[in-house]
Design a protein around this ligand. Structure first.
Ligand code: HEM
Length: 191
C-alpha cells in the first residue's frame, strides 16, 4: 500500500524531474552500466528510444497515483490499466528480454542514485523512502508476472511446477491476509 504522503512526495519530486527527464535518463543508464557493465549488451543500440520509453512508463505510473478510489472502479482500456500494464511489462522483461530477478535490485539502486543526483536538496529522506517503496512494489509485481512463465516442454513437469508455485503463492497470500483454514472448515494437511 502507498500512503497519501508517499504519493505526494512522488508527485512533487516527479514534477522536478520532468524538465530534466532526458538528462535523468542518460544519468540512470550511465550509472546502471557503471554498476553492471555486463547489462549493456541486454539493451539494443538505440538507447535514445529506450530512454524515452522508460520516461513515458514512469510518467504513466506516477500519473496513476492520482487516481481516486472511484476511478479505480472505472472500466478502462487494457493500455490504461495500471495493473495490466505492469503485468505485461514484467512478462516482457522475463520472457523477451530474459531479465533475471536479481537485476531489479541494482536497477532500483541506479534509479535512487539518479533521483538523488538530479534532485539535490529536494531528495529528502521522505522522498527517497517513497520512491524506494514504490519501486519495490513495482519490481515485485513485475517479477511475479514474469515468474508465471514455466519453461519446460514436458506437460507433466509443467503442471507439477505450476502447482508448486500456485501452492506457495496461496500459502503466502493466506498468511498475509490472515486467512485461517480452520475458520473455513478446511481440515487436513493438503491445500
Ligand atoms: C521497475 C522496473 C522497470 C521498469 C519500469 C522498466 C521499464 C522498461 C520499459 C518501459 C521498457 C521498454 C520496452 C517495453 O515496454 O517492453 C523496458 C525495456 C527493457 N528493460 Fe526495463 N524496466 C524495469 C526493470 C528492468 C530491469 C531490472 C532490467 C535489467 C537490466 C531491465 C532491462 C530492460 C531491457 C534489456 C529492455 C529492452 C531494451 C531493448 O529493447 O533494447 N529493465 N524496460
Amino acid at each position: 500500500m502507498i500512503t497519501d504522503a508517499q504519493k505526494q512526495a512522488i508527485k512533487k519530486s516527479w514534477k522536478l524531474v520532468v524538465p530534466i527527464a532526458e538528462t535523468a535518463a542518460d544519468l540512470f543508464y550511465k550509472r546502471l552500466f557503471e554498476l553492471r557493465p555486463e547489462y549493456r549488451r541486454l539493451f539494443g543500440d538505440d538507447m535514445t528510444s529506450q530512454k524515452r520509453k522508460l520516461i513515458r512508463m514512469l510518467a504513466f505510473i506516477v500519473k496513476s497515483l492520482d487516481w481516486s478510489d472511484a476511478q479505480w472502479k472505472d472500466v478502462v482500456s487494457p493500455e490504461e490499466d495500471l495493473l495490466l500494464v505492469i503485468l505485461a511489462l514484467g512478462r516482457r522483461h522475463s520472457e523477451l528480454y530474459k531479465i533475471p530477478d536479481e537485476s531489479y535490485d541494482v536497477v532500483g539502486e541506479a534509479l535512487l542514485w539518479t533521483l538523488d543526483y538530479g534532485l539535490g536538496d529536494a531528495f529528502t529522506s521522505e522522498v527517497r523512502d517513497a520512491w524506494a517503496h514504490v519501486y519495490t512494489l513495482l519490481a515485485s509485481a513485475m517479477k511475479m508476472a514474469g515468474s508465471t512463465a514455466i519453461d519446460t516442454g514436458d506437460p507433466i513437469k509443467a503442471r507439477e511446477a505450476a502447482q508448486q508455485r500456485g501452492q506457495e503463492a496461496l500459502v503466502m497470500q493466506a498468511s498475509e491476509a490472515g486467512v485461517d483454514d480452520e475458520q473455513l472448515g478446511l481440515s487436513g494437511e493438503a491445500l
